[in-house]
Design a protein around this ligand. Structure first.
Ligand code: 5MM
Length: 335
């Protein structure tokens, strides 16, 4: 029971009004590719330096409640020798860890993936908790085509997400549950709404079967949005309306919703987050952006130690813009 209370308290902290979550949990492969593209040689130390620059941004905790890292970062230390988890807590934020091992081809379902990482998960979670992690993250991905995602892919991924969430709560870690319907493709916003609703229904069913306490999880969904190759771009009000319509199926006890940015430009992600605040919902609607927050910072830094201040300023600016969007919640909602 104490673990359930712990999870509820951590989930409430993560979804504190006016704050969001920073996703800095790129796998070694993804992070290395992004560093290389920015002209930085990818090594364990350049990945460490980059994450320290992000986490130590002055004032970050004004708009960020928690930071998600990958396992490599959680085993690393700040340049003053403090382990990342400790340093982030000292800075007033909660450290979290991505615990899935990635989306892998799903046997039996040609072209679709299932996210793996369940083997040995309880032992890993106990270790991460001991290292100071307060929460975890697991991401399932779904691609929209004429024939996908199939019910089978939704069922497999929803079951894995629920098993992960149940294991996290047993370990006293809050699970961030991330079912991501990708923007890849030319589908309409209506098709994204239909698929996202089906994915969420599968996830809710599995969470309920495994008795996951919804007050002790954070849902991290995609916004409902057209595919990146679709001819017409929906405006922020349309995205917000479609997104909230799908989310309404979630019960009021859910601790909160923290959106991923999914490849939207930073400007569009913030505009959509702002429009979402005009909707009255029983759960807070916040951000857990990766690229929409960190891409400008990486571009500003490019591995140059004289540009650390510029990188931190870029991150702080984008965090402030999104935190400001959250603070409009009271003002934008109808009386
Ligand atoms: C930061 O990227 C995360 C890890 O991705 P890989 O394991 O593929 O390297 C990712 O899970 C991220 O947390 C979410 O997709 C949200 O990030 P965006 O950039 O979509 O907001």
């Amino acid at each position: 029971m104490w673990r359930m209370n712990t999870c509820r308290e951590i989930a409430a902290t993560l979804t504190t009004p006016g704050k969001g979550i920073l996703a800095a949990d790129e796998s070694i492969a993804t992070m290395s590719a992004r560093l290389e593209k920015a002209g930085v040689t990818p090594t364990a130390d350049s990945r460490r330096t980059y994450r320290e620059i992000l986490a130590s941004t002055p004032g970050l905790s004004d708009g960020v409640s928690g930071i998600i890292f990958c396992e490599e970062t959680l085993t690393q230390v700040f340049s003053d020798g403090r382990p990342f988890a400790q340093a982030v807590r000292d800075l007033g934020m909660l450290p979290g860890i991505k615990v899935d091992t990635g989306a892998k081809p799903c046997p039996g379902l040609a072209g679709e993936t299932v996210t793996e990482g369940l083997d040995g998960l309880p032992a890993r979670l106990a270790r991460y908790a001991q290292m100071g992690a307060a929460f975890a993250k697991w991401r399932a991905v779904f691609t929209i085509t004429e024939t996908t995602p199939t019910w089978a892919a939704m069922a497999c991924n929803a079951n894995a997400l629920a098993r992960y969430a149940a294991a996290c709560q047993e370990a006293g870690l809050v699970p961030i549950v991330e079912p991501e319907v990708l923007m890849t493709g030319s589908h309409s916003i209506a098709r994204c709404a239909e698929v996202t609703a089906s994915v969420h229904a599968a996830v809710r069913q599995q969470l309920s079967l495994l008795r996951v306490d919804l007050a002790g999880i954070v849902l991290k969904p995609n916004m409902v949005i057209e595919g990146e190759d679709h001819a017409i771009q929906a405006d922020a009000e349309q995205v917000a309306e479609a997104t909230v319509s799908v989310l309404r199926a979630w019960p009021a006890e859910l601790a909160g919703v923290a959106f991923l940015s999914g490849g939207q430009s930073p400007r569009r992600a913030t505009a959509n987050l702002t429009a979402l605040q005009a909707h009255r919902t029983p759960w807070p609607l916040t951000f857990s952006f990766g690229r929409a927050l960190v891409s400008p910072a990486l571009q500003a830094w490019r591995g140059d130690e004289t540009r650390v201040g510029a990188a931190q300023e870029a991150l702080a600016t984008h965090v402030a813009a999104n935190a400001a969007a959250l603070r409009l919640r009271g003002e934008l909602q109808p009386a």
